[in-house]
Design a protein around this ligand. Structure first.
Ligand SMILES: Cc1cc2nc3c(=O)[nH]c(=O)nc-3n(C[C@H](O)[C@H](O)[C@H](O)COP(=O)(O)OP(=O)(O)OC[C@H]3O[C@@H](n4cnc5c(N)ncnc54)[C@H](O)[C@@H]3O)c2cc1C
Ligand code: FES
Length: 279
């Protein structure tokens, strides 16, 4: 068995900015330097990886590509501190290291035959992207797909081109928002939990998945209950700070759970049993 502390080297194929500003978000499209790694690498939507540069650091990121996208992985990384700033300096042709896949995944097999509504905020769309892409690539297996997504401004929206394509193709219902009014913005103005109430998805045979800042998640979960979703129909991710990523160091635990190993994906029903999850 492979030592879980030993990372794989990846080569950057392409990079682009999703959002500008001090805390800008850059997407990295990478492949393994040793192509043989693809023979054993298996990840599912929701899983993460430790991403790092030797001598700088290592941080946890969700894998923002779906396994249905072959031959590459994507990470969408917001500049936050030392490691992410160093990663942002890298360009196509450069290398970094990836340890994973880590953690659990969204139970997409169990969701077959159901409608899925995703509710994302800001960089929180990164773990939702592989769910959406997986469903787009396995369309016959799922019911209706509905996307709800907001960010502070339209410039802060991640995956703009994909949203544009989905809207233009009329692939599924897509509801976008910005926090504050801006010129020529044709969609909703307000916070994501408000947009959710405006859209008011029906809970019948539907799974709701939400990722974003903790304050957004708190109100989205409350609003989903108001709309009649039961806690076992609702999924989210926790993003506690992490070190080992494999359930050894105790850095990330909530209650009896290690977010790195037992999560990051949890149903709302599971989280309701752990008061510390919302502390
Ligand atoms: C399961 C999981 C998935 C994640 N997925 C993504 C992703 O897809 N894209 C992305 O941009 N980021 C993601 N993150 C957050 C990312 O791991 C941190 O932003 C990163 O570790 C910062 O590293 P740094 O060395 O650059 O900054 P540091 O110097 O470690 O920190 C910079 C600032 O960010 C804060 N910070 C660091 N980690 C966290 C955290 N986990 N929660 C809240 N604040 C934090 C610190 O307190 C500090 O204020 C994820 C975190 C987890 C646990
Ligand atoms: S990060 Fe070490 S136990 Fe979770």
């Amino acid at each position: 068995m492979k030592n879980p502390y030993i990372p794989y080297e990846v080569k950057i194929l392409d990079t682009w900015y999703e959002a500008p500003g001090d805390r800008c978000i850059k997407t990295f499209k990478v492949t393994f330097t040793d192509e043989k790694v693809w023979d054993t690498w298996n990840h599912l939507p929701g899983q993460c990886a430790m991403v790092g540069i030797p001598g700088v650091g290592e941080s946890m990121f969700c894998i923002s590509s779906s396994p249905t996208e072959k031959g590459y992985l994507r990470f969408s990384i917001m500049k936050a501190g030392k490691n992410t700033s160093a990663l942002h300096e890298l360009e196509a042709g450069d290398t970094f290291f990836v340890r994973g896949p880590l953690g659990n995944n969204f139970p997409l097999e169990e969701w077959k035959g159901k409608n899925v509504v995703t509710i994302g905020g800001g960089i929180g769309q990164a773990p939702l992207r592989p769910v959406i892409q997986w469903i787009r690539d396995n369309r016959a297996d799922y019911g209706e797909l509905e996307l709800i997504y907001g960010a502070r401004t339209s410039a802060d929206h991640c995956f703009k081109d994909e949203f544009k394509e989905i809207i233009e193709e009329g692939e599924c219902e897509c509801h976008l928002s910005v926090d504050v009014e801006e010129e020529e913005w044709p969609h909703f103005v307000g916070f994501v939990p408000q947009l959710l109430m405006e859209v008011a998805p029906k809970p019948d045979n539907t799974i709701a998945v939400t990722c974003g800042p903790p304050i957004m998640i708190k109100f989205v979960l409350q609003n989903l209950e108001k709309l009649g979703f039961t806690p076992d129909q609702v999924y989210t991710t926790l993003e506690n700070r992490m070190k080992c990523g494999i359930g050894k160091c105790g850095r990330c635990n909530v209650g009896h759970l290690y977010v790195c190993k037992d999560g990051p994906v949890f149903s709302y029903a599971q989280l309701k049993e752990i008061p510390e999850a919302f502390a």
